[in-house]
Design a protein around this ligand. Structure first.
Ligand code: A3P
Length: 302
């Protein structure tokens, strides 16, 4: 089945999840063809959970020998780390994988149950970042309004968009299944799936970076810690720094999305400026119901 999302673009349902129709061929092609290597690192997220930040941090951990000359200063995170379904397999065939050096880093919004078998089936590592669904919804609303793909269609109101979100009808949704499945995978295979929260990264980026580096087998040495390498990566990848770089101010990703629209506020709790407390209560109730089987997955500071 297909439905029109509130911003006008079509979504289709597949294996109980909703996908943008324009990205669906890439999802299927990736699911069918991608062969993970055991050294691969897969960055998995819902759109607007902090993908751009996670890409910059992971890239920097692995390329920390010369942060002053980091490719992040002249290329966007999305140019450096492709999305499996949106870039590498976008056109189905010829993914050009042979040009990517090992260890390969890919990003994906694909839900856990729709991943190509070779990802859960190999020893590759998955880092998942999860974000308070209210902030994610608000972030996504701004992002899609700024990058209208169907400008001829009037977008639906905030209330109507929120209704669809609560019904799980949104790109790569439902959000509760997306986060719960990766969370569960992390509980079952903690050395293969690292489950992080955007809010925790905001609260303590240094500890988060150390956790990530250890997880991907590239822990910081005592010497590096003394030299302040962790703090340097945090600074390089900070919202303030990334947003100020020309490469992130100009140009478009995939020719359609403004690079600058990946950097808006980067704060925790911005939903309070846009949504009512009864809307928040509704999401809280959905999470209580839907995540009741996922012990430990909670969100504080609504
Ligand atoms: P807001 O719209 O709430 O500001 P994604 O990268 O998954 O598309 O998510 C984008 C969200 O992450 C946006 O949230 C954006 O501002 C925020 N973001 C981007 N880069 C960031 C960074 N370096 N630090 C913190 N947040 C960042």
């Amino acid at each position: 089945p297909q439905k029109r999302n509130w911003d006008g673009r079509m979504l289709c349902q597949y294996q109980n999840n909703w996908f943008p129709v324009r990205d669906f061929q890439g999802v299927l092609s990736c699911q069918k063809n991608f062969q993970a290597n055991e050294t691969d690192i897969i960055l998995a997220t819902m759109p607007k959970a902090g993908t751009t930040w996670l890409k910059a941090l992971t890239f920097s951990i692995l390329n920390r020998h010369d942060l002053d000359e980091s490719p992040l200063l002249t290329s966007t995170s999305h140019d450096l780390i492709p999305f499996l379904e949106l870039d590498t397999y976008r056109d189905g065939q010829n993914p050009g994988l042979e040009n990517i050096p090992f260890p390969r880093i890919f990003a994906t919004h694909i839900p856990y149950r729709v991943l190509p078998d070779s990802i859960p089936g190999s020893k590759c590592k998955i880092i998942y970042i999860c974000r308070n669904p209210l902030d994610q919804f608000v972030s996504h609303r701004f992002f899609l309004l700024k990058n209208r793909l169907q400008p001829e269609q009037d977008p639906l109101s905030l209330d109507e968009a929120f209704e669809m979100y609560c019904d799980g009808i949104h790109p790569f949704g439902p959000f509760w299944d997306h986060m719960a499945e990766y969370f569960q995978a992390g509980l079952e295979n903690p050395d293969r799936v690292l489950f992080l929260k955007y809010e925790e990264l905001k609260e303590d980026i240094v500890s988060s970076l150390k956790k990530m580096a250890g997880f991907i087998g590239a822990p910081f040495s005592v010497e590096e810690e003394k030299q302040g390498v962790v703090e340097e990566i945090a600074r390089l990848c900070s919202m303030k720094n990334m947003k100020s770089l020309n490469v992130n101010k100009d140009g478009k990703w995939n020719g359609i999305i403004e690079n600058s629209s990946f950097y808006r506020k980067g704060e925790v709790g911005d939903w309070k400026n846009h949504l009512t407390s009864s809307m928040a209560g509704r999401v809280e109730k959905i999470l209580e119901e839907k995540l009741s089987g996922s012990s430990g997955l909670t969100f504080k500071n609504y």
